[in-house]
Design a protein around this ligand. Structure first.
Ligand SMILES: Nc1nc2c(ncn2[C@@H]2O[C@H](COP(=O)(O)OP(=O)(O)OP(=O)(O)O)[C@@H](O)[C@H]2O)c(=O)[nH]1
Length: 391
């Protein structure tokens, strides 16, 4: 060290003011029709090696957060006791999956506080939601200071459309009824009875990218006519065809859609008016299943009556039910007599029942938890399903 070191006048070094430097964390909203494949797409993002630390926030309808966590099948061996409405699962690729009931900024801020900043945030809205208000909230609050050295900036809205049922969903009327939750014994059944169906055209209208999923289930003609319908509702969003959400991430992330044309999105969210002609379409194909355990077999038979023939076993197809029964979405978890846990997934009349590993079966009630969304879901339907699961 030179002898005159102490006498030297220190040079001023210019540097960025780290205290005021703010990291922008892009946020992508994934919306979509009921059962279109949002969770399947998220599961892909959560398990792929992409080098990003992504936080996926699932905001599920009603009381199904735990079912959703199972359906998305991201177990956390390090944290087997994770539970509650705020469930964090840290994954091997650095991503984090969590379910929170509140999709607002405060909830995400809390998440960042607990788990540190992320490179990217993906927010899955429920299949029932119109993404417009949520998107506007994040967009208009882009300058919202989190106090954690990072700001959340809306990057884009991605809508997952079901290639098989999307056209029908777009053509149906919309508007939701009151959810009715009843629990009895060890079975929890949530019936969400809709006056009509949902609001898919609005989701398409407000999106920056459309992921047309399940293209393996339709013909080329069906695909073209669904695409034509999507383009009539939203002529500017690119449409990507996928099977099981297989898509290059650059098509859906880092779009910077709001920086480019925010006024356009504002117009689409707030002012677009759409026509909803009523038309009945032929029911799509049925998928037979082989199920062995007794409770699963009973549920399987019940689902065939309800999903395929639109009546509960207590009513015959011709006796006529008091209300038109039409289940649009069903998911749940249940345990068979031999202690094996199962997950049920149904989208309209296509359903699957699959076994769960013991490691994935945290939090399933003794017998089960099933959610049905659709029309005509009344008390007799609930009793009928409860009988199937408890007898
Ligand atoms: N054949 C086929 N099935 C698919 C595809 N993508 C998803 N599925 C199945 O469709 C069902 C629903 O998929 P999810 O990913 O749970 O759908 P979701 O949009 O998250 O459902 P909600 O959250 O209830 O609206 C599951 O049984 C999936 O395995 C696909 O591309 N092809």
């Amino acid at each position: 060290m030179p002898a005159d070191f102490d006498d030297e006048i220190p040079e001023l070094i210019e540097h960025d003011d780290v205290a005021t430097e703010v990291k922008r964390v892009p946020l992508t909203i994934i919306c979509g029709f009921l059962g279109a494949g949002k969770s399947t797409l998220l599961k892909r993002i959560l398990t792929e090696k992409h080098g990003y630390r992504i936080a996926v926030i699932m905001n599920e309808f009603g009381d199904t957060a735990d079912i959703e966590a199972k359906a998305i099948n991201v177990s956390s061996p390090d944290d087997p006791n994770a539970e509650g409405s705020e469930e964090f699962l840290e994954l091997a690729n650095g991503c984090l999956c969590c379910s929170i009931k509140d999709s607002g900024i405060a909830a995400i801020e809390k998440l960042m506080e607990k788990k540190g900043a992320f490179d990217y945030i993906i927010l899955e809205t429920t299949g029932l939601a119109d993404p417009g208000p949520i998107a506007s909230m994040f967009w208009h609050n882009e300058e919202f200071p989190s106090g954690l050295g990072s700001d959340i900036a809306l990057d884009g809205v991605v809508c997952v459309v079901d290639a098989l049922f999307g056209q029908k969903q777009m053509e149906e009327d919309h508007g939701t009824g009151r959810p009715e939750y009843r629990g009895k014994f060890e079975v929890h059944i949530l019936l969400l009875s809709l006056i009509a169906t949902l609001n898919p055209p609005r989701q398409i209208a407000g999106s920056d990218v459309i992921v047309l999923n399940k293209v393996d289930l339709v013909t080329a003609d069906q695909l073209s006519s669904t695409e034509a319908l999507i383009k009539r509702i939203n002529p500017i969003a690119p449409i990507h065809r996928t099977v099981k959400g297989q898509i290059e991430l650059h098509h859906i992330l880092d779009l910077n859609a709001y920086a480019k044309a925010p006024e356009l999105n504002e117009i689409l969210f707030n002012h677009q008016r759409l026509a909803h002609p009523h038309r009945r379409l032929r029911p799509p194909h049925r998928r037979p299943r082989r199920v062995h355990a007794l409770r699963a077999a009973r549920l399987d038979a019940w689902l065939r009556d309800v999903l395929w023939d639109n009546h509960i076993p207590e009513q015959t197809a011709t006796s006529g039910s008091p209300a038109e029964l039409n289940v649009l979405r069903c998911k749940g978890a249940f345990t068979t007599e031999d202690g094996v846990h199962h997950v049920l997934q149904a989208v309209r009349n296509i359903y699957e029942i699959s076994e769960l590993d013991a490691a994935q079966s945290l939090g399933i009630p003794d017998i089960g938890k099933i959610v049905l969304i659709g029309k005509g879901l009344d008390e007799p339907v609930r009793r009928s399903l409860e009988k199937v699961l408890t007898q």
